[in-house]
Design a protein around this ligand. Structure first.
Ligand code: TRP
Length: 330
C-alpha cells in the first residue's frame, strides 16, 4: 500500500479554508493509504512566537483534526517535535540540497523580502519539509497548489541523496503532490484566499449563529445590485464556491437557476448555504467540544501517534545512517 504524508502548521483553530482545502481530503484518504498526518510545530517556530500560544495552538490544531474525522485507529496523527528524527534527517538533507534551489523558492523570496533579518530556518524550511515526507518514504503528499514547489524540492533532495548513497536501488521514492479538488478557498471578502491573517475566514468550530453572521456580510456577485437583477454564480467567488463544497448537487443546480433567474436574492442563497454548512459542521463542533473537555486524552492520543510514527522514523534513519557510514544512535 502506498504511503501518504501531509503536514499542517499549528495555527490554532482550523477554518473552513483549511478544512475544505486539506483536512477533508485527508479524512477520505486515510482509508485508501497508510497515512501520516503531522502538526508541524518545528516549521511554526521559524516566526517569532509566544510559548503558551504555540502550545495552545498545537493542541487546538490536533483537536480540530481529530474532530474533523482523522481517526488514530486508521491513520497516524502526531506532533513533529515529538519525533526527533525529523530534524536529524533534515540536517542530513541539508548536505545534499543545493543552495540555489532554496534561494529560488517563491515562498522564501516572498517572506525574506519582507524581513529585515532573515533567519537560516526560513531558507531551510523546505529541507525540513522534505525530511518530514521522506522519513516515512511517502510517495503521495496531499497538499494545496501553494506547496507544489516545495514538493519539487523534495524530489530533488530524494534524487540527490539516492544518487550518492543508493544509486543501484533508490532508497527514497520521489514524492508526488496530490492536489485537492477545492484548491483555493476564497475568503468572505470575495477576493483573497481564506486566511487567518487576513481575517476573512469562517472558523470550523463556530456556532450556527456565528456562521450566519459571517455569511450575511460576505461579498457576493459585485455586479448584482438589486434582488431583481440577474446574478452570475461564477462571479460570486465565496458563496457559490461554498455551496459547491457543502451543498448537494441538486441545491447547487437550484442556486445557479435561481441566481441567474433573479428568483433568489443573495440572502435566500446564503440561508440555503447556512443550512448545509451547519449540517456538516455541527457534528465536528460537538466532537471538538468533547475533545477539548478532555485535554489529557488528546495528549495521550498524540503521544501514541508519535510512538507509532517514531517506529517508522527510526527504521529510516537507521538505514540512512548505514548507507552513509554514520554509526546509528545507541
Ligand atoms: N509547508 C506546509 C504548509 O505550509 C506544511 C508542511 C510541512 C507540509 N511539512 C509538510 C505539508 C510535509 C506536506 C508535507 O502548508
Amino acid at each position: 500500500m502506498s504511503r501518504i504524508f501531509s503536514g499542517i502548521q499549528p495555527s490554532g483553530e482550523l477554518h473552513i479554508g483549511n478544512y475544505l482545502g486539506a483536512v477533508k481530503n485527508w479524512v477520505a484518504l486515510q482509508d485508501q493509504f497508510e497515512s501520516f498526518f503531522c502538526v508541524v510545530n518545528y516549521h511554526a517556530i521559524i516566526a517569532p512566537y509566544a510559548r503558551e500560544e504555540l502550545e495552545r495552538r498545537t493542541h487546538e490544531m490536533a483537536v480540530g483534526l481529530l474532530a474533523s474525522g482523522l481517526d488514530p485507529a486508521r491513520c497516524t496523527i502526531f506532533v513533529q517535535s515529538q519525533v526527533p528524527e525529523h530534524t536529524e534527517l533534515a540536517w542530513i538533507f541539508n548536505t545534499v540540497t543545493p543552495l540555489g534551489e532554496l534561494e529560488r523558492q517563491t515562498q522564501y523570496k516572498d517572506k525574506a523580502s519582507r524581513q529585515e533579518q532573515v533567519m537560516a530556518g526560513l531558507l531551510n524550511y523546505p529541507v525540513l519539509q522534505a525530511a518530514d515526507i521522506l522519513l516515512y518514504r511517502a510517495d503521495i503528499v496531499p497538499v494545496g497548489e501553494d506547496q507544489v514547489q516545495h514538493l519539487e524540492l523534495s524530489r530533488v533532495v530524494a534524487r540527490n541523496w539516492n544518487s550518492r548513497f543508493s544509486p543501484a536501488t533508490p532508497y527514497f521514492p520521489e514524492p508526488q503532490p496530490r492536489l485537492t479538488a477545492t484548491r483555493r478557498i476564497v475568503g468572505l471578502d470575495g477576493q483573497a484566499k481564506m486566511s487567518k491573517s487576513i481575517g476573512n475566514t469562517v472558523g470550523l468550530l463556530e456556532t450556527p449563529e456565528q456562521i450566519w453572521d459571517k455569511l450575511r456580510g460576505a461579498v457576493t456577485d459585485p455586479t448584482r445590485q438589486r434582488k431583481t437583477d440577474a446574478g452570475e454564480p461564477e462571479r460570486c467567488a465565496t458563496i457559490y464556491q461554498l455551496h459547491r463544497a457543502f451543498s448537494p448537487a441538486e441545491t447547487v443546480a437550484e442556486v445557479e437557476e435561481n441566481c441567474r433567474g433573479a428568483k433568489w436574492g443573495c440572502i435566500d442563497c446564503k440561508k440555503s448555504l447556512h443550512q448545509h454548512m451547519v449540517a456538516e459542521l455541527t457534528p465536528i463542533r460537538e466532537r471538538a467540544a468533547e475533545l477539548a473537555s478532555a485535554p489529557s486524552q488528546v495528549t495521550a492520543l498524540l503521544d501514541a501517534g508519535a510512538q507509532k510514527a517514531r517506529a517508522v522514523a527510526q527504521e529510516t534513519i537507521g538505514a540512512v545512517k548505514d548507507l552513509m557510514g554514520l554509526p546509528r544512535a545507541v
